[in-house]
Design a protein around this ligand. Sequence first.
Ligand code: BGC
Length: 367
Amino acid sequence: MRLAYLTPFLLLACCLQSASAQVTSQDFDKIMLYTLKNSNGLTIKVTNYGAIITSILVPDRDGEMGDIALGYDSVEDYTNAVDKPYFGAVVGRYGNRIAEGKFTIDGEDYTLAVNNGPNHLHGGVIGFDKVVWDAKPVGDNSLELTYVAKDMEEGYPGNLKCKVTYTLTDDNELKIHYEATTDKTTPVNLTQHTYFNLKGEGNGTILDHELMLNAKKFTPVDEGLIPTGQLVDVAGTPFDFTTAKPIGRDIEEADEQLNFGGGYDHNWVLDKGGKDGEMTLAARVSEPSSGRVLEVFTTEPGVQFYCGNFLDGRLTGKAGKPYVYRGGLCLETQHFPDSPNQPNFPSTLLEPGEKYDTTTVFRFSTE
Ligand code: BGC
């Protein structure tokens, strides 16, 4: 990969356009930056490096456009970022942690690359966020990205063919469709790691954003953020977001789980109402000053709500503003962390002949 030539994302290479929507792209050797734009002017930029969403431009309640996704405008900034924030990326082959990077399938032990203390995080040292995907615009409002992870890449069994399709609709929805097949049984858990700040990226913290999570239970963790295996009621704890509340309201409470996460960095068990695998509401975030609203729908059973506890102002975003402590929030729809070692969690194993097929929708509006 010739990273030296990749700063910043520049030349316009091709343009597919229709009356209502368009996909355009910029070429940097094999690394491209694509622009999805709908008839309302919502604009989403995606690079095939890590399938990263680099920017999401949406209006506030007065129609003022703002970029609500943390990120960069050069690939080098992504590759050089300290503390690996995974801004905007698709993470895989397994989103979130696997304890000690170990699991057993059919009596066979596997050891993964370990990159988070003693544990495996977000697919390992070179996860799906750090590889170049093949990208192809489809129709006038979709971008299809494919990547084939090799057998034993980062320690995982099986050649895994993955496809992620981003579609921006004229209803102001970004639909993310994940598909995968394998030739050996393997755990798969793909998610999207965009950090949102509905005031605009770089505009302070997200503690004033109001969050509702459609979940009566969450999966508590140990000090290493590995689930204990229990599903615990959120009622009466700082983890209760069943009714919308400002993210900052309870975040400083004395609570062991908040201590372990350094704030919120946990998986909530979505209330699927018996509709496992069906699309249901996972979360709703609103920001009072801009009026911007983000709703998240998913076929997945869980959502990792992470509120940027590891940001500390050292990273400076595309507009030149520092990303402060808790300056962005992620809503990573997913299966539960460490599922390969947790017999009581829904399985993440994909078998040869099966198809991994999940969808998540980010819907943007104002109030
Ligand atoms: C994890 C955090 C981690 C962050 C960035 C989140 O999905 O839950 O613990 O720090 O990603 O890697």
